[in-house]
Design a protein. Structure first.
Length: 292
């Protein structure tokens, strides 16, 4: 069955300009498509922008599955978040203000499953975006599920619990062990990456503050995250303020982001969109699956 829904976000929204980390969102003009896992099934969810409205559609075998896919698509696109308080509070900021005026409708592009955000964060630890994208693609092609439309769903937890398979995809041994252990714990129900209590997850060797911040921002929809120790983000900030990359220290960048609490995550995405190598960390994503 096909289920349609129309959303008029409380704050303006725009079509994503890139598929985001991992490249599983498919873009065609003002239409975005994402395959969503619903139990053992894979459902295609679509979003199209028309003026102030976003038209959503899901195709599934049951109405319940279609409704779940639409709810997840709304989360992926952050359509239910009212960003007016963030813009009112910071539109006069000497740095962030001009970024907000340039992209007022920019939103965080999330993952439909918390494990996907966590797994991709572990993959991205200490390597560049292109290398991480190649690994993500290899894992998706080997262990993910492809919808008849061509859209992919990320691998389930059990498929990511094999250290040797992760290493074969290009993941370094230390990070392969971290991801396999996390995936195994999730598959066994001992860790819920979507839960607010993250003590068990934080106790896993290799899961630190940076990884949890990316999980919370992209997998749980939490904006109040400490995005520290990210060299790429610091360099994007350096480009935004017009100084040499590598010249911005951790303390300076941390102080910059903290003045936008509890919206640091969204502020960081504006910095990334404006300053990552001249146009968005993932705006010319080398791991856009449409090119594979």
């Amino acid at each position: 069955m096909t289920l349609d829904e129309t959303v008029e976000p409380a704050w303006p929204s725009e079509p994503p300009r890139s598929p985001g980390p991992g490249g599983l969102l498919r873009l065609s003009g003002n239409v975005a498509r994402r395959a969503i896992r619903v139990g053992d099934a894979v459902v295609l969810a679509e979003a199209a922008w028309r003026g102030d409205e976003v038209l959503l559609r899901a195709q599934a075998h049951t109405e319940a599955a279609a409704r779940f896919a639409l709810e997840r698509m709304r989360f992926v696109l952050a359509l239910d978040d009212d960003l007016a308080p963030f813009h009112r509070a910071h539109r006069a900021d000497p740095v962030l203000g001009r970024l907000l005026r340039a992209r007022p409708a920019l939103r965080v592009l999330r993952k439909p499953e918390a494990l996907e955000a966590l797994a991709w964060a572990i993959v991205e630890q200490l390597i560049d975006t292109q290398q991480a994208g190649n690994i993500v693609w290899a894992l998706t092609r080997r262990f993910g599920t492809r919808h008849p439309s061509g859209a992919w769903v990320a691998p389930p937890p059990a498929a990511l619990a094999n250290t040797a398979a992760l290493e074969a995809a290009g993941l370094a041994p230390v990070r392969a062990r971290t991801l396999a252990r996390v995936a195994r714990e999730v598959a066994l129900g001992r860790i819920d990456p979507g839960a607010a209590d993250q003590r068990a997850l934080a106790a896993v060797p290799g899961v630190g503050e940076w990884t949890l911040a990316h999980l919370n921002l992209f997998g749980r929809g939490v904006y109040d995250v400490p995005l520290r120790r990210d060299v790429g983000m610091r360099n994007a900030y350096a480009r935004v303020i017009g100084v040499r990359t590598g010249s911005v220290g951790e303390a300076e960048f941390e102080a910059f982001l903290e003045r936008f609490a509890p919206w640091q995550g969204l502020a960081a995405m504006h910095v990334v969109a404006a300053g990552w190598r001249g146009g968005g960390r993932w705006s010319q994503s080398p791991h856009d699956l449409r090119r594979r």
